[in-house]
Each structure stands twice: as C-alpha cells, then as structure tokens.
Design a protein around this ligand. Structure first.
Ligand code: G3P
Ligand code: MG
Length: 229
C-alpha cells in the first residue's frame, strides 16, 4: 500500500494482533499480515542504544521478567519470554517480518527513540508512519528524517493540536476512540490530515467510524475487521 492513498480505509493491527497473539512479537506481526491487514502498529523503546519493540515501562505484564525496562540490559530483555515462547523483537527484526507492501506504524514510546529510529528508517523504501504521544519527540524525529510521514497521537483533544499538525507537517492524527466525533474527524480532515482511530475491536464500530470520514483504525483483532469494513 501507499501512505498517500486517500481512498483506502486502513485496518491496522494494534501491537501486531494483540488480541490473538502476544503483543508486539513477531508472531503477532505475522498473524496480522496473514489476516490481510493494511498495516501493523508497534511500540518502540530504546535499551542500551538498541530499539526494542515493547510497550510498557515495566517488564511484568507482557514478559516473565520483573522490574523497569530502563533498569534492564538489552541482552537480559532479549532472554525473556514475551508470551508463547516469543522474544522481544528489535525494530529491525519486526520490519523484516512484515512484507514491504504492508504499512508499519512505528510508535516512539520511550525516551531516546527519535534519533535511532530516524537513522534506521531513513531511506527505507516501504510505507512507514511514525507516531508518538510526545509531540516534541516526533519533532526531533522529523528533523532527522524529514521525508517519513509522521502522525501525532492524541489521547486528549487539545487546542494546540492544529498548530502541532502544522509544525510537524503531519500525515495524520491518530486519536483515541472516545474522541472520535463527526466534528473532530472533520476538523482533522480540514487540516489536510488523515484521521485514524485507536483502538477499535468491533466491525460495527469500525463501519460507523468509516461513515464519519475516519481513514482507518487500529485493532487488536484484525480477524474481526479484515474484509468487514
Ligand atoms: O498507536 C495507537 C496506540 O497504540 C496508542 O496507544 O498505549 O496502545 O500505544 P498505546
Ligand atoms: Mg502503540
């Protein structure tokens, strides 16, 4: 797919396919791809200079490890079981597991991710969108990787959002499902951006959002949405 394709309603596997495989693992990305998603979303954090695909600040919820990710070494995280025998992948491994026709949304989750992500993604010939709740982090990424599309994440609807979109020359705005009213979707579109919504786990909800003008959704269950909207 292409990131400049306006017409396509995008079904993006959230953390791969977090509802049906251990989140943010190669098994989750492969499952999402096998279900025909348009894209996969993943979270990255930097550990000892390496980008790992991992959501939380702590290890307990998704692995058999304990403690804070920032206190762990790269090698110790790589030894953990991330569910069903899966390992915590590097961003490079995750990109290699997803066919280059499938969009990858890299969410810059942790501190120190913007510059290494820019180094890795710069020059890749495949559809990528980089997002973050931390819009300053996204600006740093943009500075180092000006051609890769970016999308601020919005967990709250704030007055500063249009200025952020303009400063970033954002490709899209990714908003929480509870924020997705017709007026807000129209506002995002009026800024010249795609409006994508997270996290949507029913086909009915996805269809209603599409009718509002939403351009795509993130889902934990691509099996429920692929082909249904
Ligand atoms: O990128 C959409 C979504 O992943 C944002 O929230 O907490 O699941 O990373 P979170
Ligand atoms: Mg995420």
């Amino acid at each position: 797919m292409r990131t400049d394709d306006n017409a396509k309603f995008l079904v993006i596997g959230h953390r791969g396919a977090a509802g049906i495989r251990p989140e943010n693992t190669l098994a989750a990305f492969r499952k999402a791809v096998s279900l025909g998603v348009d894209g996969v979303e993943l979270d990255v954090q930097c550990v000892e200079g390496e980008l790992l695909v991992f959501h939380d600040d702590r290890l307990e919820r998704t692995t058999d490890g304990r403690g804070r990710l920032e206190d762990a070494t790269f090698e110790s995280v790589r030894r953990l079981d991330a569910g069903a025998g899966e390992r915590v992948p590097t961003l490079r491994e995750a990109l290699a597991a997803v066919p280059s026709s499938v969009l990858v949304n890299v969410e810059l989750k942790g501190r120190g991710t913007a510059v290494p992500a820019a180094r890795l993604l710069r020059g890749l010939r495949r559809p990528i969108v980089v997002s973050s709740f931390d819009h300053q982090r996204l600006a740093v990424f943009r500075e180092h990787c000006p051609r890769t599309p970016v999308a601020p994440l919005a967990g709250e609807w704030t007055a500063g959002l249009p200025a952020t979109v303009q400063a970033l020359r954002a490709w899209g705005v990714h908003i929480a499902a509870r924020l997705a009213t017709a007026a807000r979707v129209a506002a995002v579109k009026s800024w010249g951006c795609r409006c994508l919504v997270y996290t949507v786990n029913s086909a009915g909800r996805a269809r209603r959002l599409r009718a509002l003008g939403v351009d795509g959704v993130f889902t934990d269950f691509p099996d429920r949405l692929s082909g249904a909207c």
